[in-house]
Design a protein around this ligand. Structure first.
Ligand code: FAD
Length: 174
């Protein structure tokens, strides 16, 4: 007979450990009687890797699922919006750049825009031709307005955050 899992031990209280604990707690009951017991073990002697972290946009749904206020997260973890990745000097080393934006080309499921862009490839990058996100990044625009609801967006985004502050922030929430 398959015995249901009742206890989980997570070793390490960095961003990976606390995110794992938060996701398990959000997806399963941690009720004292019938739920899963989650124990997170931290070491006072081993420091965290201690670097900033850039996330994919899926981090938004993870944080939402964990019941975290986005405003608190942004303030407490020194987080900022990440709208894509800018690759500088990857092709010709002449100060050129291209973007991997987080917003997909509009209507990409219906139409492949690449053949329409190809004749103009020397004039404009694919990202600039098919989506607005590199323009937003270049002009320091946010992916949402102050009135946009937490985790909603006008342009897709993830975050850059202080991973050490995130572990501290979440630990103090639970
Ligand atoms: C320069 C650099 C840039 C990076 N950029 C990114 C990025 O942009 N995006 C991204 O996703 N990732 C990035 N990473 C990777 C990312 O930072 C790490 O993968 C992530 O922080 C690791 O989190 P962690 O919780 O696994 O480790 P840590 O934050 O180091 O936490 C490990 C935890 O385990 C504990 N521990 C260790 N040994 C024991 C033990 N024996 N018993 C109990 N506890 C123990 C420590 O005390 C600590 O709390 C980058 C890494 C580097 C070095």
């Amino acid at each position: 007979m398959h015995k249901p899992l009742k206890k989980i031990v997570i070793v390490g209280g960095g961003s990976a450990g606390w995110l794992t604990a938060g996701i398990i707690a959000a997806e399963h009951s941690t009720d004292a009687v019938s739920g899963i017991e989650v124990t997170l073990v931290e070491s006072a002697d081993v420091p965290t890797i201690g670097v900033g972290e850039g996330t994919w946009p899926t981090m938004r749904s993870t944080l939402k699922k964990m019941g975290i206020s986005e405003t608190d997260f942004l303030l407490e973890c020194d987080a900022s919006f990440k709208q894509g990745t800018k690759f500088i000097n990857w092709q010709t080393n002449t100060n050129e750049y291209y973007y991997h934006p987080f917003t997909l080309p509009r209507g990409f499921n219906e139409t492949n825009l690449a053949p329409f862009w190809q004749p103009f490839r020397d004039k404009i990058s694919f990202a600039d031709a098919v989506c607005m996100q590199s323009h937003l990044g270049e002009h320091d625009y946010a992916p949402k307005q102050i009135s946009t609801a937490e985790y909603d967006f006008s342009a897709n985004y993830g975050y850059h955050l202080d991973a050490g502050k995130f572990a501290f922030f979440y630990k103090n929430m639970v």
